[in-house]
Design a protein around this ligand. Structure first.
Ligand SMILES: O=P(O)(O)OC[C@H]1O[C@H](O[C@H]2O[C@H](CO)[C@@H](O)[C@H](O)[C@H]2O)[C@H](O)[C@@H](O)[C@@H]1O
Length: 314
């Protein structure tokens, strides 16, 4: 078995002191270029991998990004996290993943732990009621995703565009009696913004609105479906694919094969279980990638706040 090299071994091989190697690892500008080159060459040739926690303790970069998502079981967040990991792994960072369960207190506790561990930056899945001030304190070391903010860089989805795309497709399929199943308006993005987009589109297209809102779960959608049904209902637009699954199941039970259902999320499971549905793609994976690229740019010196909207597609 090969023995793991230590910082002392590197120092001996490079003919310098242990503290010089340490300074090279933390990018101390006081190290002479020739000495830095010699130490880096020994590190490259020996395959020495410095321990990230030791590096962090020395005040250098831990090369770790903290990700605070809201729900570990959320299909949308999982896709976005895959995009984030793609980018940060390629850039040589590791990830610490934590779950907030939409709790401002839990988010703050997680942020405190991440700061103690000296992570380089954080990506937080924002939500209504999230305490933005503690994320703001991190300055350019933070990016918020799935939410819009004024004071922190963010990547959000095109909530209005998602619903417009669904409505316009149904209208082009000849549907006029289009109902809506959404999420409670206390949820600003998936709830309020998407419901408003439905109502506005109804006004524009001369459609009589008929809607109901509930929780983010398929179970909730299943139980409120009957409230938006009439004899002439031709389609139901849903604020997410998870909701669309609950609605499609209820319609299947009722034998209402005449009603077309749309979701948001482009999840494989919805189209596999209910092939007659369709779904608008908010670009979760891409949004994850973009948020990680933005964070890395900020960690490399970009100081201004950026707000990006991920375009929806069908
Ligand atoms: O199928 P799901 O994964 O349950 O998708 C439902 C929505 O989830 C996300 O919104 C929710 O979490 C956000 C944080 O990630 C939060 O900002 C938002 O208020 C919650 O509703 C996702 O952003 C939406 O696009 C999904 O439709």
């Amino acid at each position: 078995m090969t023995q793991k090299l230590t910082i002392l071994d590197i120092a001996k091989l490079a003919g310098v002191g242990k503290s010089t190697v340490s300074r090279v690892l933390t990018n101390d500008p006081k190290v002479k270029p020739a000495t830095r080159e010699k130490v880096e060459q020994v590190i490259r040739e020996s395959g020495y991998v410095p321990s990230k926690s030791a590096q962090a303790m020395r005040g250098g970069s831990a090369k770790v990004v903290g990700i605070i998502l809201s729900r570990l079981d959320s299909p949308s967040e999982n896709k976005a996290v895959s995009g984030i990991l793609d980018v940060i792994y390629q850039a040589g960072y590791d990830a610490v993943i934590m779950e907030s369960q939409f709790s401002a207190d839990k988010t703050n506790e997680h942020l405190a732990v991440l700061q103690k561990r000296n992570v380089d930056g954080v990506i937080v899945f924002g939500f209504s009621g999230c305490d933005l001030s503690s994320i703001e304190n991190l300055g350019h070391k933070a990016v918020v995703i799935a939410s819009d903010t004024d004071t922190i860089s963010s990547v959000d989805y095109d909530h209005q565009g998602l619903i417009e795309l669904a409505m316009d497709k149904l209208v082009s399929n000849g549907k006029q009696a289009i109902s809506y199943i959404g999420v409670d308006e206390s949820d600003r993005t998936t709830g309020l913004l998407r419901l408003n987009a439905y109502l506005e589109r109804c006004r524009k297209l001369g459609i009589e609105p008929r809607y109901q809102t509930g929780q983010l779960s398929y179970d909730s959608a299943y139980h409120i479906t009957d409230q938006v049904l009439g004899a002439g209902t031709e389609a139901i637009v849903c604020a997410s694919d998870t909701l669309a699954m609950g609605v499609a199941k209820r319609l299947q039970e009722l034998g209402r094969t005449d009603i077309q259902v749309s979701g948001v999320g482009a999840t494989d499971l919805l189209s596999f279980l209910f092939p007659n549905t369709f779904s608008i793609d908010p670009g979760y994976f891409e949004a994850g990638k973009v948020s990680a690229q933005l964070l890395i740019k900020q960690l490399s010196g970009q100081k201004y706040i950026t707000h990006l909207i991920q375009q929806a597609s069908y």
